[in-house]
Write a protein of this length. Structure first.
Length: 337
């Protein structure tokens, strides 16, 4: 294997688990809203933690495209069943129990339990609903086989991917102008999922990170950076997510290269464990984030709240990993029967 290929798209496949782990930790840092650290570079870094979602969606699109390529003859129902089996048990367990508790103490009405568990709360903008990401990823799962057929047959895959970027922005502007203000998190992330398919194609075809590819991704980064000053002046017309989606592939390529050069394997093992359990960790982290006022008095009396996150987040990680492994064992036991 040449040095060029070792530093290219193949690394995104090899270190997909570690990259998902990094994305999960970054999202958790973003969710640390009460962390009162005034060091400006850290504050800016934490504030950009929402971009971990973009990394997730890119890697999810890549993984699904590779899976669909290996199972081209698989019926749609079987494909969807595999995806739902991974997503819904953890989601229903964590969100279901939490929603029941919220209803019992009067913080949400009982009907919101149904809207939460159905994942329709996000699309209908139901008051009291939460966890938009699960609603979004479920729609991406539902649409992936249809997009795969279009993607596989299209001879101009890069242009199709660019078209998905423009389509996501157009849908955002149309819905925003129509007063539908709760959908940008999903619509502006459509390019991430589409770029995941493009990266998967490069991996499957053994494409090299050539000088032309480097020029394209460098241009994307420059265009993304030009969004930032526009965002400061017109945040509605130029949402910052546009810059993130433009740079998510180059960032992942750089992270993959760094992971390839990391000495030792313990960090890789930790990041893979976090990445493989990212769904469960995320579901629990939403609760840890929402219930700060309830939990903080028990965990710290630090005005910076550093102690709270040093205690709550490791517990969050451990419980998420244990929940993931427990659900895996239950599902394997059911399959054996």
């Amino acid at each position: 294997m040449t040095e060029q290929s070792r530093g290219g798209y193949e690394l995104l496949s090899r270190y997909r688990g570690e990259l998902m782990g990094i994305a999960m930790l970054y999202v958790m840092l973003f969710h640390a809203y009460e962390l009162n650290v005034e060091f400006l570079p850290f504050k800016l870094f934490r504030a950009m933690g929402f971009s971990g979602v973009d990394i997730f969606l890119l890697l999810s699109g890549m993984g699904i495209c590779c899976s669909l390529t290996r199972r081209e003859q698989e019926p749609y129902g079987r494909y969807l069943g595999r995806r739902l089996k991974r997503l819904l048990p953890a989601f229903w367990l964590v969100v279901g129990v939490y929603s029941v508790v919220l209803a019992a103490v009067g913080r949400i009405t009982p009907d919101v339990i149904f809207w939460n568990l159905s994942t329709l709360y996000y699309w209908l903008n139901v008051p009291g609903g939460f966890n938009w990401y699960i609603s979004a990823i479920l729609v991406f799962y539902l649409a992936a086989p249809l997009y795969y057929k279009l993607f596989r047959r299209c001879p101009y895959k890069e242009l199709l991917t660019l078209g998905m970027y423009l389509a996501g922005y157009w849908l955002y502007r149309v819905t925003w102008s129509a007063g539908v203000l709760h959908l940008p998190d999903f619509l502006l992330r459509i390019p991430d999922f589409a770029m995941g398919f493009l990266v998967a194609f490069y991996v499957i075809e053994g494409k090299k990170l050539s000088a032309r590819h480097l020029a394209v991704w460098s241009t994307a980064v420059v265009l993304g950076l030009t969004v930032v000053p526009c965002w400061r002046g017109q945040p509605t017309i130029f949402p910052l997510t546009l810059a993130i989606t433009a740079g998510v592939v180059p960032v992942c390529l750089i992270l993959g290269r760094l992971l390839d050069r990391l000495p030792g394997r313990w960090l890789h093992s930790f990041l893979r464990a976090v990445g493989s359990s990212s769904l469960e960790i995320y579901l629990l982290n939403v609760i840890v984030t929402r219930e700060f006022d309830l939990l903080a008095p028990w965990l710290d009396h630090d005005p910076l709240h550093i102690t709270y996150y040093l205690i709550a987040y490791p517990i969050n990680l451990v419980l998420g990993i244990l929940l993931h492994r427990g659900l895996e064992r239950v599902q394997k036991g059911i399959q054996k029967e």
